[in-house]
Design a protein around this ligand. Structure first.
Ligand code: PMP
Length: 297
């Protein structure tokens, strides 16, 4: 996969540099121990033709909170980073883009705290992370990290070893994606997305505590409030989903993507007749700042 070419610009510690010329220290604590934090953000070409980053304040605030949770020094303002992101998008001629800020550590092979920090912002064009077809999802043999062992609300690089293992296991079994439970066996989330399911006109989603509380999850809740769709946050079981009318994953990279089945159990409603589909369409409208309802995607 090519994320950049010789013309691609990135923002690195306050400077615009070419991605091809940028170097990282191989002795970085992040490289060896996964001790870093990052964000996944998207920008869209809106209906008026402008480039608009979706919820940039929320994403950069979460980046700061993730860094603080891990004792990583962080001296950047949201405004500075948002301006930097627009600048990189502009230099790269990108409107519909995926944006990856990463806070990484200096050379440090010990476990002690750093006084220095690094922040890089990279952008590239990326189709929906899980594709645009209904997903065959399988229950994972991996659980999400124990919140007593990790700050699970932080988007820490090292957590993603768990995501990679779960996703690769699902694909090796012939499925599209994994669904992970928490340490008590309740449904938690996907490797890189939150989960919702629909039953009798109500949407359900796992409560916070064992999940990354997604910005898209919050957007889905805002959409539901606007559309007067009830959302219930609770401890959810796999059986709840087997008995659901529809289900979907949501995340910045994946957007809103419906499921075909969980563990080969299909759903009671056709995706196109579900309220989940209405939420999917509303999300697509919202990110491009389109107010009227879309009839197809
Ligand atoms: N859970 C995990 C584990 C994730 O990696 C992501 C993607 N950041 C999400 C949920 C969804 O979060 P968001 O909607 O903020 O992208």
């Amino acid at each position: 996969m090519n994320y950049y070419n010789e013309h691609t610009s990135i923002w690195l510690n306050g400077n615009i540099v070419k991605a091809a010329d940028a170097k990282i220290d191989l002795y970085s604590q992040t490289m060896h121990y996964g001790y870093g934090v990052f964000e996944g953000i998207r920008s869209y070409k809106t209906v008026t033709g402008e480039t608009r980053i979706f919820k940039p304040e929320e994403h950069y605030t979460r980046l700061q909170k993730s860094a603080e949770a891990l004792n990583i020094p962080y001296a950047f303002s949201n405004q500075e980073l948002i301006e930097a992101t627009y600048r990189v998008l502009d230099l790269n001629g990108q409107q519909d883009a995926y944006i990856r800020p990463l806070v990484y550590a200096p050379a440090n092979m010990s476990f002690v705290k750093n006084t220095e920090t690094n922040l890089v912002i990279m952008t590239w064009e990326m189709a929906p992370f899980l594709g645009d077809k209904l997903l065959r999802v399988v229950s994972s043999s991996f659980q999400r990290p124990n919140p007593k062992g990790f700050y699970i609300h932080a988007k820490a690089a090292g957590h993603y070893v768990n995501s990679i293992l779960a996703s690769q296991e699902a694909k090796a079994k012939g499925y599209d994606e994994a669904l992970l439970s928490d340490m008590d066996g309740y449904i938690a989330e996907g490797p890189g997305a939150n989960v919702f399911f629909e039953k009798n006109g109500v949407l359900f989603t796992p409560s916070t505590g064992n999940i990354l509380p997604g910005i898209t999850r919050a957007t889905v809740m805002e959409i539901c409030a606007d559309l007067q769709i009830q959302v219930v946050e609770k401890k959810c079981t796999r059986e709840d989903i087997y008995d659901a009318d529809a289900a979907f994953f949501c995340g910045t990279a994946a957007e809103v993507i419906g499921w075909d089945s969980l563990d080969d159990n299909g759903f009671r409603k056709q995706w196109n007749n579900s309220i989940s589909r209405t939420v999917q369409l509303a999300y697509k409208n919202r990110v491009i700042e389109k107010s009227e309802a879309l009839t197809s995607i």
